[in-house]
Design a protein around this ligand. Sequence first.
Ligand code: PLP
Length: 402
Amino acid sequence: MSKLPKDAGPQTLAVHAGEAPDEVTGASSPSIVMSTTFTTKDAEAFSIKDFDESDMPYIYTRWGNPTVNQLQDKLRVLEGAESCLAFGSGMAATSALLLGYLSPGDHLIVSDVQYAGSAELVRHTLPRFGIDVTPVDTSDVNHVEAAIRDNTRLIFIETPINPIIRLADIEAIAEICKAHGVRLAVDSTFASPVVTRPIELGADFVIHSLTKYVGGHGDALGGALLGPGDVMMALNEEALVHYGGVISPFNAWLIMRGMATLPIRMQAHSANAMQVAEFLEAHPAVRRVNYPGLPSHPQYEIALRQMSCFSGMLSFQVEDGPAVARKMIDELRVIHYAVSLGHHRSLVYWIGTDQIMESSYHLEGEQLEGFRAYAGNGVMRLSVGLEDADDLCRDLDRVLSG
Ligand SMILES: *Cc1c(COP(=O)(O)O)cnc(C)c1O
């Protein structure tokens, strides 16, 4: 890894960063170290507190594992972060940051719309631990700044946002954070490390569900948290060693294998999604399409600034969502009617506005209207895969026109 040129491009980094030929066998591809324990030379040490964490031997896989370390290194280099920790899922990474970094009496500002699991965690769990939470529409930086209080410690945004594909201006929010001494965390799952680079734009922490684009093949759960070395060192002990949400070395290996093709996959997802988005926008049965690559997106200008391509996530409105969803389940031949996203297979799922308000967001007034502007009564969330775009358009057209 030390031999990689300093000016290597993102595709070279995606292929080589974090890994090197095995020193013992010469194997060119990384081997999986599944061992949960490691033979040691030290007869005494039994707690992670007995070690200097920056230079710790392998002892027990919950404390550190060579395959997991390779994944962490690859992600750290691709994202341009000081430090990376991998977790068993995206939610484990999110809860590690929120529970590990915040304390009773702290105030957290979050996006009023975000991944439903994160929304439920911040609204239902954090208040139980004495953490105040204020959801705001993060597409308006004035709303973000107005919500800051003396005890605000963290702002947690997501962009593009699930499921309405609204964007947040990372650079503008980072400036506000710096001015107020608040840290900024960005869930960048929908963009992946090759489409948007939140740390270069001023963010402190980045979260990825590796289950999505980074792994890319729908066969391994994983999550990552990236950020400044000192905070991450403390979180390593608290969140990984003590909360225990570690990733399996096998999943780390699968995800690392997926990462080698991440830059070229994102280009292909983006090109396919563009064609599908244009097709849907012109379709008489479609009311509105939310895709950052369309000039009709209300924040197209932000997309051009902070996204190198537009990723593969879009959502769209139809007249009768539940009826179209039922038709999709029966009649789609290529696209799977299923949750999740970022896989080589295209996935579509109906998300009703009333349902998600009740389960997850609980929005009212202006914030609810803001959601409805993008979603109406609900959206079809479509993760555009790597199939032929013509086949995807025909698959959708059969259901929408029939
Ligand atoms: C899926 C997802 C998560 C949660 O990740 P898991 O790996 O399913 O735990 C968090 N944020 C976003 C934006 C997601 O899409």
